[in-house]
Design a protein around this ligand. Structure first.
Ligand code: BGC
Length: 759
């Protein structure tokens, strides 16, 4: 037997590098927190553990000002206007005994006022510096409004596109997810939380929410320990290493134990193994919901279980305020435990500089929030997150000179709110958002006839509470006659135009929380519209405005050009027009494997092989009714130029266990214009203490190249890349084994080399 399990040694070594890096100034703020704790009553300490909803989410919730006055609030959420924030902060600062400032938390997910592409789209940029910059702007605008804490980033690995919240994360891959997590945390938190430019970040939802059964939001997740450590945890660990200040627990049952009452997650992993120093907030009402789950007997039991499992702060359920005092008095929890829970919350308030500057400068806020200088960043982000899925015959880019008439067709052609997401904030003002139609009109500036028709309507069959919360009305459905007329109008428009841009996909509220979908078909009659438009014989470009991969299998062979533009934010329409007319060259890459239809779910590239792999002994597909392969592989995305990856070299093909393997490869822009490509490195371990995935992403680099330019890209595969968590030995192992390496432009890369790790 050739392999060698170095589990124990590696585990010990990794425990050392697992401790969370101490954020600058931490010992100092902890000392201040301790001094303050020494002056606080037990009631005051418990009050700091409560986060109160600025809007009453749970019936009977207290009014924020009342809770603050009673010393029963450490934080407020769902309030975003500087005036309201100052008003409530004043109550804390002037009407409570110890004048402890409040932290104001909000879901700042893909921007605050200036809205950027949705998070999954940002992951499609594979660009850490862009992601950091975007979240830096979000933090700056939020902080200028008085928000000091965002409930982001969402780090849930998602391999089921039916799950609506796939939109909020970085997709299916732990390695890419970890890169995105680090960049998001750096962007939000920066190096100095006292500066007026940064806010606390929150790694959520710990952990396993993305694996909800059937993709149904909030449903139970059943995840093996191997998948937890190898797939679901790494982005959280990366956020922790980047210094993330807070974590949020999740709603669902993880292996039958609700995440909010799960001490394996919140104590064993987060605190004992990873040495997390910050604080954990529950998800909204998730402590109260421990009763609904059939886990806790009553609200008191729920408070006890969440508290002892490791949840410091109760988001909006009221259970801590109601029960912790009685639990201490009954001797079920100790005051020392309460202090331990409060300490990092107070430390965060010191870190934010709130004791010195509790209020927000309302004048400054007017200048910073939504400032014009951020719009170009939003445009650039939308350009760089779009993924060109298909470009048959080089239909794109279109020529501004040659196109004399263009039809922009579809329910998403001119839909401002749908360029955004459900997470675009509580007081969304979509008016400054540029639609696909507007972007194209501006781009062509009168040189061509630009006309539009919706063709069809799209609507959800069931509304969620969020439409009501955000005061969104459902559009009046067309009558049958109207529907027929609008459909024909769109097809007629296509017939009398040189080229058609079809903007199809999903509305903003069709993905996100409580927005799962049973199928991946395009909602409504969009498929029918697409087929009718294609039948006109006009050149058609499909622009997808959506939050998840949809079934575009028909389009993938009938529509020559397909651009995945996602929900792309305020500047989406301009960026799409830039790409369609060649002023920007797409370089986005899929952060998810694109299924042919919902029947293939779950489908992800890093699966294990079966005993009879597809294409092997008499087994040509895993299904007899369709190919087992995805429609587009993970990492796929085209450019207007061409790249060649060659000369894959491994400097040391035989290494001793623990020595990094050095890989290099050349990338050349062989086309006629500048562009960017993401060079991706995948490995496969051929044998060992556990079956390993057929491929795993272990390195990538985004490279910008001029026409004809060539660069060498280098990767180092060290212990972090080559080890994995084994359910056989219940720990991290690095096997002395044979490995394959592929480098290329997506997960199907064929350029191959191999190396051996020796004991
Ligand atoms: C969501 C969280 C969010 C929280 C506060 C919950 O419903 O699951 O992701 O941060 O609400 O808005």
């Amino acid at each position: 037997m050739k392999y060698f399990v170095a589990g124990i040694a590696l585990m010990a070594a990794s425990l050392a590098f697992m401790a969370q890096a101490q954020p600058a100034g931490r010992p100092n703020v902890t000392a201040k927190a301790d001094a303050l704790l020494g002056r606080m009553t037990l009631e005051e300490k418990i009050g700091q553990l409560a986060q109160i909803g600025g809007i009453a989410f749970v019936p009977g919730s207290p009014k924020p000002e009342d809770a603050i006055r009673k010393g029963q609030a450490g934080s407020i959420l769902w309030i975003s206007k500087p005036g309201d924030i100052n008003r409530l902060q004043k109550v804390a600062m002037e009407e409570t005994r110890l004048h402890i400032p409040l932290i104001f938390g909000l879901d700042v997910i893909h921007g605050f006022k200036t809205l950027f592409p949705m998070p999954l789209a940002l992951a499609a940029s594979w660009d850490a510096s862009l992601i950091e910059r975007v979240h830096g702007v979000a933090a700056k605008e939020a902080r200028a409004s008085g928000i000091t804490w965002t409930f982001a980033p969402m780090l849930d690995i998602a391999r089921d596109p039916r799950w609506g919240r796939m939109i909020e994360g970085a997709g299916e891959d732990p390695f890419l997810g970890a890169m995105v997590a680090r960049a998001q945390v750096r962007g939000f938190q920066g190096n100095d939380l006292t500066s007026q430019d940064h806010i606390l970040a929150c790694a959520k939802h710990f952990a396993g929410y993305g694996a909800a059964d059937g993709g149904r939001d909030y449903d139970s997740s059943y995840i093996s320990d191997s998948e937890l450590w190898n797939v679901y945890f790494p982005p959280f660990k990366a956020a922790l290493d980047a210094g993330v200040s807070t974590f949020m627990s999740a709603y669902m049952d993880l292996n039958d134990v609700p995440a909010t009452g799960n001490s394996f997650l919140l104590q064993d992993v987060l605190r004992k193994t990873w040495k997390f120093q910050g604080f954990v907030v529950s998800d909204a009402n998730s402590i109260g919901d421990l009763v609904t789950h059939g886990f806790a007997r009553d609200r008191k039991d729920a408070a006890f279980r969440a508290f002892t499992a490791g949840v410091n702060m109760d988001m909006a359920s009221g259970t801590y305020n109601e029960n912790l005092l009685a639990l201490v008095k009954a001797g079920r929890i100790t005051e020392a435990q309460v202090e331990q829970a409060v300490r990092p919350i107070l430390a965060a308030k010191y870190q934010l500089g709130l004791f010195d500057h509790p209020y927000v400068d309302e004048e400054r806020s007017k200048a910073v929030v939504g400032a014009a200088e951020y719009r170009p960043i939003a445009r650039e982000a939308a350009q760089r997150t779009a993924v060109l899925l298909r470009n048959e015959g080089g239909l794109l880019p279109l020529s501004k000179d040659a196109v004399k008439s263009i039809a922009v067709i579809g329910p998403l052609a001119d839909a401002k709110r749908d360029m955004l997401t459900m997470w675009s904030g509580f007081d969304v003002d979509a008016s400054t958002t540029v639609t696909v139609l507007e972007g194209i009109r501006t781009k062509l500036g009168g040189s061509a006839r630009v006309e539009s028709a919706a063709g069809v309507q799209i609507a959800k069959q069931f509304r969620s509470m969020f439409e009501d919360l955000f005061g969104m009305k459902s559009a009046e459905p067309w009558t049958e006659a109207q529907a027929r007329q609008e459909f024909s109008k769109a097809v007629d428009l296509a017939k009398r135009s040189d080229v058609v841009v079809l903007a199809l996909g999903e509305g903003a509220m069709m993905s996100g929380e409580l927005a799962s979908q049973s199928s991946l078909e395009m909602p409504g009659r969009q498929q029918e519209l697409m087929e009718a438009v294609a039948a006109t014989g006009k050149p058609v470009v499909l622009v997808l405005v959506n939050g998840r991969p949809l079934n575009i299998t028909w389009a993938s062979t009938h529509i020559p050009a397909i651009l995945e533009a996602w929900h792309s934010g305020n500047e989406g329409g301009n960026a799409i027009a830039d790409i369609l007319f060649g002023d920007a060259n797409p370089g986005g890459k899929l952060p998810i494997t694109w299924p042919r239809n919902a029947g293939q779910i779950p489908i992800y590239y890093a699966h294990n092989t079966t005993h009879q792999p597809e294409g092997g002994r008499g087994f040509s597909s895993r299904y007899w009714d369709q190919s087992g392969a995805p429609l587009y592989p993970f990492g796929h995305g085209l450019s207007y130029t061409k790249f060649a990856v060659s000369n894959l070299k491994i400097a040391n093909t035989q290494v001793k266990l623990g020595t990094p393997v050095e890989v290099s490869v050349d990338i050349e822009n062989t086309g006629a214009r500048a562009g960017t490509e993401v060079v991706q490195l995948y490995i496969h371990q051929r044998a060992g203490g556990a079956s390993r995935p057929v491929r795993e992403l272990k390195g990538f680099e985004k490279v910008g190249l001029k026409a004809g330019e060539k660069k060498t890209v280098r990767f180092s595969l060290g212990k972090a890349e080559l080890s994995y968590w084994s359910s056989a030995s219940k720990g991290w192992v690095l096997d002395a084994e044979n490995f394959d390496v592929w480098v290329g432009q997506d997960a199907s890369a064929s350029l191959h080399a191999e190396f051996i790790v020796q004991p």
